[in-house]
Ligand binder design. Structure first.
Ligand code: NDP
Length: 490
């Protein structure tokens, strides 16, 4: 069955392009998919445009749209094991992590089904009894949804669910490396009753399948999750047609540990903060900021535990984390660690591929800790998006905040302390979209997610994540119009 979905029909690419998708854990062929070129993407944009301009979808009942989202959530839940398996084969991540992701995706669809139903707009008191004034929400139009490979279905759900809840139409372009769960999601959307043209799927590489989405005047909004470099290019590309943009870019997130924290818990979470999914997490705690008085003991123990982390493929029950997504990405991580060595960082563990011959065909890289870092180093400033932790030391609260904020990014961070006042002071001074106190990584669909500074524009999740997909209109109704004679009798 062909894998592009355009204007209510599955089809192959016009130019016949195809791509083999291989599992990063062992290089085995997962699936061969059709790969769109600009002509396919143009068809998808025009289909989404027609569905928005000519069908009843955008002006239809919110209740119906929310019911559709609930049906999609039901389908995802009932096909959880198929979806999780497909995600693990594409990404190499452990099956159990993909299963958690599917649970989260279901929760996102259900949250937006409820959120859209409960936010119809508001009445405004103008102070004039002859005027009925109200503010209403309307869909923006055709949305381009461009997603990355690290949490393919989860990132897609953060866009598709609010986009549809608000009454938009879309063209989805997932990462060229991880298309499988986007295909499954499209099937469930169709089964749930999505009208033709409302949702369209193009697969393929950014420059070929994605670029037109950022320049074509028929697209009203681009919602993008990906790297900072691509985000900058995209902002420039949309400028001539002044599209709305929502950008979720990278992070270089500080995990700040004070000496008065519960150090056993902080240590456990410091490992998860950076090594979960081999560091391929935008909010990974990639910078450990540790108070000087406890630094040696804490980092020595962290090194011991990082060395014990078991690597393996998605279906290896003993594995604790998996491979990197591709050979190219691993080469970037390797270059990043080499740059760190060159800048004087001390490699305390890892810093290479594993010796285990069983792992030699996958794109594995050992959990790595770089000690003796300062925020002037490129390894501290640049995102590696791999299993690499940099260690910096601070002397007091002001020093910790100053070092933590010394970055162009502002996605997330954490503070560990048993002093509640300090926890609150530091949380409010961190220039980041999410701050965890004595925790790391949790999120819920009810709370907004996004970045300060160069970590992004706009928010996903929460009600603000729905507002990204809505225009706001003020309707002023004069119920007793009378002649004003501003210009006299004429
Ligand atoms: P990329 O920026 O390389 O790609 C993201 C998406 O953009 C992919 O679908 C890609 O296509 C597409 N793309 C690339 N070039 C263009 C173009 N010219 N026009 C339109 N689309 C284009 O990011 P990665 O996939 O490598 O993902 C990793 C990055 O994502 C990390 O930097 C990470 O921090 C960030 N990220 C941020 C999150 C957040 O919430 N802030 C969450 C998750 C990841 P293709 O790859 O198919 O060529």
């Amino acid at each position: 069955m062909p894998e592009l979905y355009i204007d209510g029909a599955w089809r192959a690419a016009l130019a016949g392009g195809q791509r083999d998708i291989r599992c990063p854990a062992d290089g085995s062929l997962t699936v061969t998919v059709d790969e769109a070129g600009p002509d396919d993407t143009l068809d998808a944009i025009l289909a989404a445009r027609r569905a928005f301009d000519e069908s009843s979808w955008p002006s239809g009942s919110v209740h119906d749209r929310c019911a559709l989202l609930h049906r999609v959530a039901d389908l995802l839940a009932s096909h959880k094991s198929d979806v999780a398996r497909a995600e693990s084969l594409d990404t190499g991540k452990r099956l159990v992590e993909s299963e958690y992701d599917v649970d989260d995706v279901v929760a996102v669809f259900r949250f937006y089904a409820g959120a859209a139903a409960g936010t119809a707009g508001r009445v405004v008191d103008t102070g004039r009894p002859d005027v009925r004034s109200r503010v209403v929400h309307e869909p923006i139009g055709v949305c381009a949804l461009i997603t990355p490979w690290n949490y393919p279905l989860l990132q897609t759900s953060w866009k598709v669910a609010p986009c549809l809840a608000a009454g938009n139409t879309f063209v989805l372009k997932p990462s060229e490396l991880t298309p499988s769960t986007a295909i499954l999601l499209m099937r469930y959307l169709i089964e749930a009753g999505l009208p033709a043209g409302v949702g369209n799927l193009v697969l393929g590489a950014g420059p070929q399948a994605g670029a037109l989405l950022t320049t074509h005047p028929g697209v009203d909004l681009v919602s993008f999750t990906g790297g900072l470099g691509t985000g900058r290019q995209l902002m420039a590309a949309v400028a001539p047609t002044v599209k709305k943009v929502a950008l979720e870019l990278g992070g270089k997130n500080p995990n700040i540990v004070f000496a008065d924290a519960d150090l056993e818990v902080a240590l456990d979470f410091a490992l998860t903060a950076i090594f979960l999914h081999s560091g391929q997490v935008c909010s990974a705690g990639a910078r450990l900021l540790i108070e000087g008085s406890v630094k040696d003991k804490f980092v020595d123990e962290l090194v011991v535990r990082a060395e014990r982390i078991r690597l393996g493929g998605p279906f290896d029950d003993k594995a604790e984390t998996g491979p990197l997504i591709s050979a190219e990405h691993r080469a970037k991580v390797e270059a990043y660690v080499e740059a760190g060595r060159g800048e004087g960082a001390q490699v305390r563990c890892g810093g290479s591929r594993p010796d285990d011959p069983a792992l030699s065909v996958g794109f594995y890289y050992l959990p790595t800790i770089l000690d003796g870092c300062t925020s002037s180093m490129s390894v501290v400033q640049n995102e590696s998006f791999g299993p690499v932790l940099t260690v910096e030391t601070f002397v007091d609260e002001d020093d910790a905040v100053r070092i933590a904020n010394d970055t162009i990014f502002g996605l997330a961070g954490a503070v560990w302390t048993s002093n509640a006042g300090r926890a609150e002071r530091v949380a409010s001074r961190l220039r980041m979209g999410t701050v965890w106190i004595n925790d790391y990584h949790p999120y819920v669909p009810q709370a907004e997610w996004g970045g300060y500074k160069q970590s992004g524009v706009g928010r996903e999740l929460g009600v603000a994540g729905l507002d990204e997909y809505r225009e706001t209109k003020h309707i002023w109704h004069n119920v007793r119009p009378e002649v004003q004679r501003w210009f006299g009798d004429g």
